[in-house]
Design a protein around this ligand. Structure first.
Ligand code: B12
Ligand code: SF4
Ligand code: SF4
Length: 377
C-alpha cells in the first residue's frame, strides 16, 4: 500500500472513530516556535506547565527515531450545556471552564489515537508511532497549525473554521512520510475582541500571553492568588473561557458529537459551599473524572472561597470561619480570612479578631490583616 492510499484510508477511518478533524504535517523541526519559546522564557511569560526542554519541544526526531510525519487530530467539545442546572435562590455556584466538562479529554483523545495506531500497525506492522495529548513534549497547537487544522488566533487558541476554537488537540509522530497538508489562512483580521475581553490583560498582544496573568493558569496554582487577580477570578473554580466566548468565530458554535464530553451540570457548575467540606475521597468521587481535578482538591477549594467572596455570600460565613479555625492548609485558611473580610459583617469581624490572636502562620496572619482592613475602608 502506498502512503497516499494509507492517508486516505486513515482520513476515512478517523471519521468512523469520532475524530472531527485530522491533518498531516512533516516531522521537520519547529524553528519559529523555538524562537518563540525562548522569548517567552526570557520574558518570564511561561506557566511552568510546559515541557522544560525546548529542543525536545521543537524537534520531533528527538522523540521518535526516524520521525517523518505528524498526524494532528482535533475533537470538538460542547460550548453550551444541554441540561440546565436547577438554581435555588441564595445557592451560589462556581463554574468549570468548558475544557473541563465531561470526561477528562486526555482519556478521550488517547482512545482515538490508540485506535489510529492500531489501524496503522495493522497495515504496516513495523511502523514506529508515538502519540501525545497535552502532556507530551510537542506544542499541540503548533503541530495543529502546521497540519492545517486551524489558524493560530490572537487569543492564542487554534481556531478551526468548522468548530471554532472549542477543540481539543492531540498528535501522533510517525516514521511514515505522509504527504503534508497546507496550513490554513489566518482569519482574525483587524478584530481584537479577545484582547479586550481578557479580564487580567494576560494577552499582551495578538498571539502572545503572559501565562502568569492568565486566570486559567491562576486557578491551577497551589499558592495564594495574588491580590490583584482575586476579584477578577469571579466564580471560576477552574479555567477561563473569556477570550473564547468573546470570539466572533465561536458565535453559534456548540457541537455535541461525543457523549463522553457531555457535562453533568451539577459537577460543571457546582454548589460552592459544599466544596469547602469535601474529604479527599468525596472530592475524587465527585470530580475525579474531569480534567479540572488534575491539581487535586485544594486549588478548587481556594477558588470556591474566592467565588463566595465574589458573591459576598453571607450564608457562607459560618463555613468560612470553620475553615479559618480548623483547616490545615495555610493557603486555604488565608484565603478564607480574606474572604471573610470581603463579605463583612460582625460575626466575620469577631472571627478575624480572634484568629489574629491565635494564628501562627505568617502568610495567614497577613491575610487576616487584609480581611480586617476591609472594615477600615
Ligand atoms: C501550558 C499550557 C497552558 C498555559 C499557557 C497557555 C499558552 N497560551 O501558552 C495556561 C495554563 C495559561 C493554559 C490555558 C489554557 N489552555 Co492550555 N495548554 C498548555 C500546554 C500544556 C502547552 C502550551 C505551550 O507550550 N505554550 C507556549 C506557547 C508559546 O506556544 P503554543 O501556544 O503551544 O504555540 C503557539 C505559539 O507558539 C504561536 N507562535 C509561535 N511563534 C509565534 C510567533 C508570533 C509572532 C506569534 C504571534 C505567535 C507565535 O503559535 C503556536 C501555535 O498556535 C498545551 C498542550 C501542549 N502540550 O501543547 C495546552 C493547550 C494549549 N491548552 C488548551 C486549552 C483548551 C486551554 C484553555 C482554553 C483552557 C481553559 N478554558 O482554561 C486556556 C486558554 C488560555 C489561552 N488564551 O491560551 C488546548 C488548546 C486547544 C486549542 N484549540 O487551541 C491545548 C492544546 C491542550 C490540548 N491538547 O487540547 N494552557
Ligand atoms: S483564558 Fe481568560 S485570563 Fe487567560 S488569556 Fe483568555 S481571557 Fe485572559
Ligand atoms: S476574538 Fe477576534 S482576534 Fe481574537 S481570536 Fe477571535 S477572531 Fe481572532
Amino acid at each position: 500500500m502506498d502512503n497516499h492510499e494509507l492517508k486516505e484510508e486513515l482520513i476515512a477511518y478517523s471519521k468512523e472513530i469520532g475524530i472531527d478533524k485530522i491533518g498531516f504535517t512533516t516531522a521537520s523541526p519547529f524553528s519559529q516556535l523555538k524562537n518563540r519559546l525562548l522569548r517567552q522564557q526570557e520574558l518570564g511569560y511561561q506557566s511552568g506547565f510546559e515541557e522544560p526542554d525546548i529542543d525536545k519541544r521543537v524537534t520531533p526526531e528527538m522523540l521518535l527515531e526516524g520521525a517523518q510525519s505528524i498526524i494532528s487530530i482535533a475533537l470538538a467539545y460542547p460550548a453550551k450545556m444541554t441540561i440546565r442546572v436547577e438554581s435555588k435562590k441564595g445557592e451560589r455556584r462556581g463554574i468549570f471552564s468548558r475544557a473541563s466538562w465531561g470526561l477528562d479529554y486526555h482519556h478521550i483523545l488517547r482512545d482515538r489515537l490508540t485506535k489510529l495506531e492500531e489501524f496503522i500497525i495493522n497495515k504496516i506492522p513495523n511502523a514506529k508511532l508515538k502519540s501525545m495529548v497535552d502532556t507530551g513534549e510537542l506544542s499541540d497547537r503548533a503541530v495543529a497549525e502546521r497540519a492545517g487544522i486551524g489558524w493560530s488566533g490572537k487569543n492564542c487558541s487554534i481556531i478551526t473554521p468548522e468548530f471554532g476554537s472549542y477543540v481539543y488537540l492531540g498528535e501522533m509522530i510517525t516514521n511514515i512520510p505522509f504527504e503534508p497538508d497546507t496550513p490554513i489562512e489566518d482569519n482574525c483580521g483587524s478584530c481584537t475582541k479577545c484582547l479586550d475581553a481578557c479580564p487580567t490583560g494576560a494577552l499582551i498582544q495578538g498571539g502572545q500571553i503572559n501565562a502568569n496573568r492568565c486566570i486559567s493558569f491562576l486557578t491551577q496554582t497551589k499558592e495564594l492568588i495574588p491580590d490583584e487577580f482575586r476579584e477578577k477570578i469571579g466564580n471560576r473554580v477552574y479555567g477561563c473561557d473569556s477570550c473564547q466566548t468573546a470570539c466572533p468565530i465561536n458565535k453559534g458554535i456548540n457541537f455535541h458529537f461525543h457523549e463522553e464530553m457531555e457535562p453533568d451540570p451539577v459537577v460543571a457548575k457546582p454548589l460552592l459551599k459544599p466544596i469547602l467540606k469535601l474529604s479527599n475521597r468525596e472530592f475524587k468521587k465527585r470530580f475525579g473524572s474531569i480534567s479540572g481535578a488534575w491539581r487535586g482538591k485544594k486549588p478548587i477549594q481556594r477558588n470556591a472561597i474566592i467565588a463566595l467572596a465574589h458573591f459576598k455570600d453571607e450564608s457562607a460565613v459560618p463555613d468560612l470561619i470553620d475553615v479559618l479555625q480548623t483547616e490545615a492548609s495555610p493557603v486555604t485558611r488565608g484565603t478564607a480570612a480574606w474572604a471573610l473580610g470581603k463579605i463583612g459583617g460582625e460575626t466575620a469581624y469577631a472571627a478575624l479578631r480572634k484568629a489574629k490572636e491565635l494564628e501562627t502562620d505568617i502568610e495567614v496572619q497577613s491575610e487576616i490583616e487584609k480581611g480586617l482592613n476591609f472594615y477600615n475602608n
